[in-house]
Design a protein around this ligand. Sequence first.
Ligand SMILES: O=C(O)C(=O)C[C@]1(C(=O)O)C=C[C@@H](O)C=C1
Length: 267
Amino acid sequence: MQTLTLGPSGTYSHRAAQSVSEDIEFTESVTEIVQAVANGAYDRGVIPIENSIEGSVTESLDALAEYDIAVVREIITPIRHALLARGESFETVASHAQALAQCRGYLEEQYPDVELEAVASTARGVERAREDDSVAAIAHPDNAGDLETLATDIQDKTSNATRFLAIAGADERSPAGGKTSIVIYPNSDYPGLLLELLKPFAERDINLSRLESRPSGERLGDYVFHVDFQAGLYEDRTQAALEEIETLAENGWVRRLGSYDTEHVVS
Ligand SMILES: O=C(O)C(=O)C[C@]1(C(=O)O)C=C[C@@H](O)C=C1
């Protein structure tokens, strides 16, 4: 299965994608991954969606609201960062913005004067450190190669974990699975709207595992809601809840991304 994920080789996305396929290619944009799967250029994509310290990967959420794809699996993996460099004297730390944020406390305490450089991925940061001895990288320790591992486990919490989604073409959307993701764009605004959108789940005892709002981009204060819940699309209660939500969102749209199961990858 041809799979596209965030590169270059050695990213955490790459590690998660290895549980999906052996045939992996790379790009340095999450939006491009979703786009390439939506237009059929790849069978699968693996994208980071949420981190336990830093929260949403907003580019991923926005791409899921924009392109018609299916979510077919959720992959949760612990994230343990190392500090890698050609030597001990460096002036800049390069990594993915999420990784820099996950190590904020460590960096402020140990290296208060370094500059932080956000790059497309952790593995791209490693390439920067390889090219330039004034740059250190934050990445998975397996990326060290000829670099020195100056510190390990530098994330601010040992429980640091990221949730990835495996995505496929819309024709592979499945009703089966213990979890479902949907995106709601009500395109209206009145007191109690969000309460009304959530009631159909509460009334059927469907547990929400996540609710995130993102700007619709249409006008200030107008939102798209990303909702994950612990039930499958195959269940009657899910279908009934979604029918009610579709009626409430008749000025906008509801996208059913699909049902899926969770895999925990420890690597
Ligand atoms: O840069 C990487 O290695 C990625 O796979 C991206 C990413 C992210 O976007 O959250 C994935 C896991 C970690 O949380 C840090 C970075």
